[in-house]
Design a protein around this ligand. Structure first.
Ligand SMILES: Cc1cc2nc3c(=O)[nH]c(=O)nc-3n(C[C@H](O)[C@H](O)[C@H](O)COP(=O)(O)O)c2cc1C
Length: 332
């Protein structure tokens, strides 16, 4: 067994993992540190019972945190082996990262870790300029390398997605319980450790080109717009071949990989999940875009930012609240 993972290395990995995107920034994760391993657990106490009753998106969020932790460990010179959902008898124990060796980090690994730390969800309008095909190919590859399918939605596929987002926004808008759940996590001040700050949210009812954004409600100070209202940017859709816990973790790893790669290229990005949260619209996407083969998990809006000033940052919980010692019955 490889010996010698200092606790501060594991703490640094968890610190970067806290920067991962999560639905409404709920950060539904806990970590446990073993002698040579990090274990990721789903924190069900942070569940969103109306928006995400099956914990699908919370598991996707944990997959993104898992990918961030692995990126951090690579940059810290550690080689790792990842086990997804290692023990179905302990369903909330989502993943184990075993540290199996050391190696000097490559420039690419260091750059990716830097991008993971800088990345923010950018819900603003983007510039009208197209994203070159070479970069889109890299984004697709980044997501596919972790086992998901990533497509750039164009033509009829994009039309079907746009229709599903508009329908989902209307269905959600009519639900008092959904709006109450969203409001509890939105419009918070920038100093809060979780939730979406008012300044990071779009104007209520915003639509960029063909895409209707999630309505975060009447936030006090919506972000400033300087981009093109006519064009939402590129829409990438992440799907998986199954629809279980492992598939949701893979989808989360993929969105992290795509968003961090986009950040490296200087692109802005924002997850869009509303159309995937309602059975009717998710089924429509599955049928119309995937011809019932595979499971759509989430979309990403990608485009060029119009200003060097990044979007408003969101808060995070502290490492000491999230990282605990591994319990004996799961000791490595
Ligand atoms: C599974 C998932 C679904 C998300 N859905 C949306 C969405 O529909 N609309 C949106 O604006 N942001 C969405 N986000 C982005 C989160 O709100 C964002 O990651 C969180 O507020 C933390 O902010 P940050 O990404 O800037 O660090 C989603 C993120 C994840 C992981």
């Amino acid at each position: 067994m490889y010996e010698g993972v200092d606790r501060d290395v594991l703490e640094a990995a968890v610190a970067l993992a806290t920067r991962a995107p999560s639905l409404f920034n709920v950060q539904p994760w806990q970590w446990q540190a073993g002698a040579n391993s990090l274990h990721l657990l789903l924190d069900r106490s942070r569940g969103l019972t109306v928006t995400d009753p099956a914990f699908r998106e919370l598991t996707i969020s944990c997959g993104a945190a898992l990918h961030h932790a692995v990126v951090a460990l690579h940059a810290l010179g550690r080689q790792v082996r990842v086990h997804l959902w290692p023990d179905p008898a302990a369903p909330d124990r989502l993943a184990a990262i075993d540290v199996v060796g050391s190696a000097d980090p490559s420039q690419a690994e260091l750059a990716l870790a830097g991008a993971a730390g800088r990345r923010r969800t950018d819900r603003r309008q983007y510039a009208p300029d197209a994203v070159p095909g070479r970069i889109l190919d890299d984004l697709v590859l980044a997501g596919e390398e972790v086992g998901a399918k990533v497509m750039v939605a164009e033509g009829d596929d994009r039309y079907a997605l746009a229709r599903a987002f508009a329908k989902a926004a209307a269905l959600h808008g009519a639900r008092e319980d959904y709006r109450a759940e969203l409001a509890a996590w939105t419009g918070l001040s920038e100093g809060m450790a979780a939730g979406v700050s008012a300044a990071a949210a779009p104007r209520p009812g915003a639509q960029y080109g063909d895409i209707v954004l999630r309505d975060f409600g009447r936030v006090a100070i919506a972000h400033e717009e300087t981009g093109s209202a006519q064009n939402a940017g590129c829409i990438l859709m992440v799907s998986t071949s199954a629809d279980d816990t492992v598939a949701h973790l893979i989808a989360g790893e993929a969105i992290s990989a795509v968003l961090c790669t986009a950040e490296l290229e200087g692109l802005a990005g924002s997850p869009l999940s509303e159309a995937f949260e309602i059975e009717q619209t998710r089924n429509a996407i599955r049928h119309e875009v995937l011809a019932d083969a595979g499971y759509p998990q989430l979309a990403l809006r990608i485009g060029w930012p119009t200003t060097a000033r990044g979007p408003s940052p969101t808060g995070r919980r502290q490492v000491h609240e999230l990282l605990h010692d591994l319990l004996d019955d799961h000791a490595d």
